[in-house]
Design a protein around this ligand. Structure first.
Ligand code: NAD
Ligand code: DAU
Length: 340
């Protein structure tokens, strides 16, 4: 089995590459990633000597490059994770989200189809495409799309392009819509790693609005095992919601981090809310459970302390991101500078 992973140098992608390398020893993995600010090859340094793993710097919006790489590698499957992923950045700069998430996805679909062989295409999407919930109810696979941020609107656009590839061209596509992930290698702009590193440094912890927005948190390794299950067992043309059965208000997460680190709640600062901030996300993950037999393995009580300890044990990883030195890793390994 030859699999291309897009966005493998990012948070979830790197965890996925590690999981596949460990659990599918007869697979060859090609990671294509543009190495934007969110891509960090240090996340994969243990695999550099592996004969079953390769990396190529590819921007998925570069049609010719994608064509050349796909034709040379001849994948049996594509797992598409590359995206601009941070809601706050999408409010400031929506265009990069449209380019990568919408245009990039269509280019990958085109070049997968151009291969003229059976290739399974797994599209990794988000629960944010469904919009926001009140105090009750859950997102199911048939919940109408109602994205509220440029990020979620761009992901919704990509989901529709994947759907169209199935209906129009009969491509072998599957889509997953997952809730909030946490775990190792998450860029410290996202809630959990940001709060951990600020608390460690005795800096203020910025909580948007009243801190009562609810997210359904899933340990990243569980998301990766779910993607693998859908890739191997999912039905073409179907979508699968993935969640952790673990809804928490943001403020509870922040307090749990402070408590684990033995830091005072006085570090919490309520700040101006995110514009258009979705109030609550909650996933009904019964389809993937009933049809594919997947359920999360990690509880929040186990995986949050494990995650906090990972960031404590890997302070150097965080500090190299904070200083910008992580960008030099590429130059050290490949002898040329990154372009952005
Ligand atoms: P991330 O921002 O950590 O990583 C994204 C990766 O994509 C980076 O390595 C970046 O360099 C790469 N990339 C960006 N633009 C590219 C381009 N034009 N060409 C090639 N590579 C490019 O993101 P993440 O949190 O790991 O999310 C991965 C995927 O999972 C995304 O599609 C996201 O929408 C989805 N998702 C994320 C979460 C979450 O909680 N983080 C939850 C559900 C779904
Ligand atoms: O639901 C899945 C989505 O989860 C993914 O599709 C996105 O790629 C991923 O970034 C994540 O989106 P969120 O906006 O939910 O994640 P973020 O970590 O940015 O914020 C989580 C919650 O915490 C959200 O309600 C906003 C709040 N927050 C965030 C930050 C960064 C704060 O209160 N303070 C902060 O400083």
């Amino acid at each position: 089995m030859r699999v291309i992973i897009t966005g493998g140098a990012g948070f979830i992608g790197a965890n996925l590459v590690h999981l596949l390398h460990r659990e599918r020893p007869d697979w060859t993995i090609l990671n294509i990633d543009a190495l934007t600010y969110a891509g960090n090859l240090e996340n994969l340094k243990e695999l550099e000597e592996s004969e079953r793993y390769r990396f190529q710097q590819v921007d998925i919006t570069d049609e010719e490059k994608v064509r050349e790489v796909f034709a040379a590698f001849q994948p049996d499957a594509v797992m598409h994770l590359a995206a601009e992923s941070h809601v706050d950045r999408s409010i400031l700069d929506p265009m990069s989200f449209i380019r990568t998430n919408v245009l990039g996805t269509q280019i990958l679909l085109n070049e997968t189809r151009n291969l003229d062989k059976d290739v399974r295409f797994l599209h990794v999407s988000t629960d944010e495409v469904y919009g926001t919930l009140g105090a009750t109810g859950y997102f199911t696979e048939t919940t109408p799309y109602a994205p509220n941020s440029p990020y979620s609107a761009s992901k919704a656009g990509s989901d529709f392009l994947v759907r169209a590839a199935f209906h129009t061209h009969g491509m072998d596509v599957v889509t997953t819509n997952c809730s909030n992930n946490y775990g190792p290698y998450q860029f410290p702009e996202k809630l959990i790693p940001l709060m951990i590193s600020n608390a460690v440094e005795d800096k203020a912890l910025p909580v948007y609005g009243d801190g009562m927005q609810v997210r359904d948190w899933l340990y990243v390794e569980d998301h990766c095992s779910a993607m693998l299950r859908v890739l191997e067992k999912g039905k073409a043309g179907e979508t699968y919601n993935i969640g952790g059965n673990n809804e928490r208000p943001n403020i509870e997460i922040v307090r749990a981090i402070l408590s684990h680190l033995d830091k005072p709640d006085s570090l919490i600062r309520y700040v101006q809310d995110r514009p258009g901030h979705d109030r609550r996300y909650a996933i009904d993950a019964s389809k993937i459970k009933n049809e594919l037999g997947w359920e999360p393995s990690w509880t929040f009580e186990e995986a949050l302390p494990k995650t906090i300890n990972w960031y404590l044990d890997n302070r150097g990883w965080v500090e190299r991101i904070q200083s910008g030195a992580y960008r030099d890793y590429y130059e050290e390994q490949y002898g040329k500078r990154l372009t952005d």
